[in-house]
Ligand binder design. Structure first.
Ligand code: PEP
Ligand code: MN
Length: 452
């Protein structure tokens, strides 16, 4: 039996495993005593998710790695405390449900649905500080750490925000659970999710036609005397980057069934591109928990690194445990991905390969907005599919930044947002997201690739 880290009630704590190692992208908390009192408080809180749910997701991701399912992960780059409203949560969920329906119906594959939601509040930054008009302040690291306003008060990391992170995650998850199991996600609502969207939107109209086909299939089943229970609710999981280690540790609990530690801040957490140092604190922490986990792999990843991650994070080669989320950029995915896939396959192990077509395709518009081209996003997904089809492996899923609102943050798409229109509704505090219509466009295009 592997060494068990007891937390919170036992003699040891999971912090003991990683705290001596270098941890990238951690805020400079001004007051260590205050952080430690926040951590103690968090330890007394109930878990946000249960180990059994995380295990169920691991089973679903195992099916993805066998080529029997497709993983859809989507949500904000950075959630905000102000964004915890019923309308915003419903809009994101609706977008994901619509995308999932398109993918499921067109590809006849089960779709595993995961939100970048209920915990995605902490951000790694390319620079620790930001300078405006000669004034330098700490960079914004997400609502869990500091405020977005460019003032010394807002930008000073405040450990109490970790308590708000927990509360924001809990209330979001509560609503998501209500929506997904309380009737809103019932397949018979397939038209209702589109109601506010059809007029004037090409992707909305295309969706409406597909919903009509689904409706007829449901009526046919009903006429035959069957109405499967599975269509009434949706299995939905919450994911975020596991970045701020004191928070993740404080919510790590021992599963009473197995004695194994689980992160209970979300079902699935991932290691970001900037914190995947093999000798660093993040890899160490993630190696101790039993959840399904992901690791972002950028264009600098050597094929041997992929094997080292497998050895460190999935030594037992447990199906569904580790997914590789590749974010190479449209220009590099065709060149860089094949060697990784071949190396892992040569090992005899099947992992879930997920495409993040966002983070390798960011650029600055002349207006100064950070943006992405819809066509680059699409091209990276295409390259990802081409590589997998060429090697006979399974393109397991996509991981995208999106919102349910009609924002103007990424250029292009069916409704053609132009570079000079970005200012119209640019609301993200971090990376640009696909809006609802661009998200649906993407789902239709990915569905075609899946069918090919
Ligand atoms: C993110 O997912 O928002 C992110 C920062 O990604 P990456 O770690 O791949 O840069
Ligand atoms: Mn991002």
């Amino acid at each position: 039996m592997s060494e068990v880290v007891r937390n919170p009630a036992g003699t040891g704590s999971i912090e003991d495993t990683w705290s001596a190692l270098p941890a990238g992208q951690q805020p400079e908390w001004p007051d260590a005593a205050e952080l430690s009192s926040v951590v103690s408080e968090l330890r007394s809180y109930p878990p946000l998710v249960f180990a059994g749910e995380a295990d169920q997701l691991k089973d679903r991701i195992a099916a993805v790695s066998r080529g029997e399912a497709f993983l859809l992960t989507g949500g904000d780059c950075a959630e905000t405390f102000a964004g915890v409203t019923a309308d915003a949560i419903r809009a994101k969920l609706k977008t994901l449900l619509q995308m999932a329906v398109v993918l499921t119906y067109a590809a006849s594959l089960p779709v595993v649905k995961v939100g970048r939601i209920a915990g995605q509040y902490s951000k790694p930054r390319s620079k620790p500080t930001e300078t405006r008009d000669g004034v330098t302040l700490p960079a914004y690291r997400g609502d869990s750490v500091n405020g977005f306003d460019f003032t010394p008060e807002a930008r000073t990391p405040d450990p109490k925000r970790l308590l708000r992170l927990y509360q924001a995650s809990a209330s979001t998850l509560n609503l998501v659970r209500a929506f997904t199991t309380g009737g809103y996600a019932d397949m018979r609502q397939v038209h209702a999710w589109n109601q506010d969207f059809v007029a004037g939107s090409p992707s909305g109209e295309r969706y409406e036609a597909l919903a009509g086909e689904i409706d007829r299939a449901l009526q046919f089943m009903r006429a035959c005397g069957t109405e499967p229970e599975e269509l009434r609710t949706v299995e939905f999981y919450a994911a975020h980057e596991g970045l701020v280690l004191p928070y993740e540790s404080a919510l790590t609990r021992i599963d009473s069934r197995t004695g194994n530690p689980y992160a209970t801040s979300g079902h699935y957490i991932w290691i970001g591109e900037r914190t995947r140092d093999l000798d660093g604190a993040h890899v160490e922490y993630f190696s101790r928990i039993s959840n399904p986990i992901g690791i972002k792999l950028g264009p600098g990843t050597a094929p041997d690194d992929a094997l080292s991650y497998l050895d460190r994070l999935d030594p037992d080669r447990e199906p569904g445990r580790l997914s590789f989320i590749v974010r190479m950029g449209a220009g590099q995915v065709r060149e860089k991905l094949p060697a990784l896939v071949e190396k892992v396959r040569g090992e005899g192990h099947q992992v879930a390969w997920i495409c993040d077509p966002m983070h390798g395709n960011t650029f600055e518009a002349p207006s100064g907005h950070k943006t992405r081209r819809f066509d680059d996003v699409l091209d990276e997904v295409k390259g990802f599919f081409e590589v997998h089809h060429g090697l006979g492996s399974h393109p397991g899923g996509i991981h995208v930044e999106l919102t349910g609102e009609d924002v103007t943050e990424c250029v292009g798409g069916g409704t053609e947002i132009a570079l000079d229109a970005l200012h119209q509704r640019y609301e993200t505090l971090c990376d640009p997201r696909l809006n609802r219509s661009q998200s649906l466009d993407l789902a239709f295009l990915v569905a075609e690739m899946l069918r090919a």
